[in-house]
Design a protein around this ligand. Structure first.
Ligand code: N01
Length: 511
């Protein structure tokens, strides 16, 4: 059980201690919480800034929000859902699934909701993490950051945007009270979020301007409702759902060959995307505007059957001139054209390689994660540990992202690794574990060497996959089963460790 202590290094305020604290309860943090419970661990807490589980699936409620990965694969392997209503799930169904899993596995009482972690500091003397939050102070022997990469909306730095007087909101903070029907609306961005929003709102608004900086590649979305016999088979015929999942996994994994190893193979996808473009956009001028100029896959490949038809509607314009400024009720582009609007939807993505949460975590040498990343780039070890941050693990840390298949697969690989790390710490009586800098450096050299031929580095685009040093510190550059293999066991030899002693003087460095 977590216990209350009354006096510790955080100050003299009451501080709650838990052996393990998980920050964030999206797919990642929740999955780890369930694993800890399954292992019989009770001394852990999950601090979640929202008022519910679900993370990105709780936050992204924009019209049309749905997953790009097939339903069968986009779920926990230990909680298959035979009830998916369609082959690609919508946000509401995924969020209900996550809520249901949390409830069934009885981990909600381990959660503290509306608890925004504002600081986490490593106290080397006491070998604990000191955490400040909007729900009080905590200490923990081990912290697992599970905040995810797509949680901090990025607002564009456009002149005058703060002076806009109409409705304005980010795609991940949709204002459901804003009335868009019959209004003049602008959407900035043409990424995965925007291409779902645009067709969803186009029929209801008076006019829609889509501000496109880079045209994305689009592939067909093979979405359809499941037929009753299929759902019955998933429910009652043993193995059918696992077989379907395995087939989807295998098919998606073949994309790695083109994406990561031999990008010319991506031409096959390009041919499909071009045919789609020709079939769905008849107007040559519009078609030219939305034809991408980089190799497919360099930025995330998007899937949609209704985006191009929406762009072809008479009440929709694609604006490719750069935005010069936003005024009280309009947007002015570089060519001097002013377009009046009532509402502005900012679908400009997230702080991925420069998350503000990095400023709140302070490691062993007093530097924040932001400062460390500023110097060496967003580097870690197996996406799960970072030198200078002892007794801290990361779910969805550096270089575990994917564009082609389910992130839940990567999350479960990391859960295996971190759960085994916690077991190892207990079994060996370790006080601290910190990944060795030389191991981390070698790992990243290997990673970047693998990354070099990938389409993400050679495809001729700029993307949020790259950090300010020009390295791709976001994606995993290999087959996902290779990551599963690497994370099967906690490799304690890669870590500098100290053992527990009654006092600091008895501290023994064992590795
Ligand atoms: O964000 P993005 P997103 N002026 O960063 C443009 C996941 N996801 O929210 O390409 C003008 O992809 C920017 O232009 P450019 C998925 O992993 C999944 O759409 O940088 N434009 C781009 O067009 C995804 O990759 C799902 O030139 C500006 C757009 O804004 C990730 O979330 C659904 C600008 C941002 O696109 C993020 O997707 C949704 C500026 N100043 C999201 N700044 C599914 O599974 C940025 N842009 C379905």
């Amino acid at each position: 059980m977590s216990r209350r202590v009354t006096d510790n290094a955080v100050g003299n305020r009451p501080t709650r201690h838990a052996k393990t604290i998980i920050i964030g309860s999206g797919f990642a943090g929740l999955g780890l919480a369930i694993r800890l419970s399954q292992q019989g661990r009770t001394d852990y807490l999950v601090l979640e800034r929202g008022s519910d589980v679900g993370g990105t699936w709780r936050d992204n409620t924009y019209p049309g929000a749905a997953c790009d990965v097939p339903s069968q694969l986009y779920s926990y392997s230990f909680a298959l859902n035979p009830n998916w209503s369609r082959s690609f799930s919508k946000q509401g169904e995924i969020q209900s699934y996550i809520q249901g899993v949390a409830k069934r596995h009885r981990v909600l009482d381990k959660h503290i909701f509306d608890c925004d972690v504002t600081a986490a500091r490593w106290n080397a003397e006491a070998a604990v993490w000191e955490i400040e939050s909007t729900k009080g102070d905590f200490t923990a022997d081990t912290v697992v950051s599970a905040v995810g990469a797509l949680c901090e909306p990025m607002l564009p730095d456009i002149k005058g945007i703060n002076g806009f007087e109409g409705e304005i909101f980010h795609s991940a903070r949709w204002n459901h009270d804003a009335e868009l029907t019959g209004k003049r609306v602008a959407v900035i961005g043409t990424g995965a979020s925007a291409i779902q929003i645009v067709p969803s709102i186009a029929p209801q608004v008076a006019h829609l301007d889509v501000y496109q900086r880079t045209a994305p590649w689009l592939l067909p979305r093979t979405d359809r409702p499941y037929l009753l016999p299929e759902r019955l088979a998933f429910r009652y015929l043993p193995g059918v759902q696992r077989l379907s999942r395995a087939a989807i996994y295998a098919a998606r994994e073949t994309q790695v060959v083109g994406l990561a190893k031999f990008p010319p193979l991506m031409r096959a996808f390009e041919a499909i995307a071009k045919a789609k473009l020709r079939a769905e956009i008849r107007d040559p001028e519009l078609r030219a505007k939305v034809t991408p100029d980089f190799r497919i896959g360099c930025k995330r490949m998007l899937i949609s059957n209704n985006y191009y038809p929406a762009l072809s509607r008479p009440n929709v314009d694609v604006v490719t001139d750069g935005i010069r400024e936003v005024r009280a009720n309009s947007i002015v582009t570089a060519d001097g054209t002013e377009r009046e609007i009532d509402a502005l939807i900012v679908a400009t993505g997230f702080h991925v390689t420069d998350s503000p949460t990095y400023n709140t975590i302070t490691g062993a040498d007093g530097r924040t994660l932001a400062e460390v990343f500023d110097e060496i780039g967003q580097q870690g070890y197996k996406g799960s540990a970072i030198n200078n941050f002892p007794n801290m693990f990361f779910l969805l840390g550096p270089n575990v992202g994917l564009g082609h298949t389910s992130m839940v697969y990567m999350i479960e690989s990391q859960i295996n690794y971190i759960a085994d790390a916690l077991d190892t710490v207990d079994r060996m009586g370790l006080r601290t574990v910190e990944v060795r800098r030389e191991v981390q450096d070698a790992y990243n050299r290997g990673l970047q060497a693998k990354m070099a031929p990938s389409v993400w580095m050679t495809g001729g685009c700029s993307s949020w996959y790259l950090d300010k040093h020009g390295n791709n510190t976001t994606l995993w550059p290999d087959f996902t089963f290779e990551f599963r293999r690497l994370t099967k066991k906690f490799d304690v030899a890669a870590y500098r460790t100290t053992t527990r002693g009654a006092s600091r003087s008895e501290l023994k460095v064992v590795g």
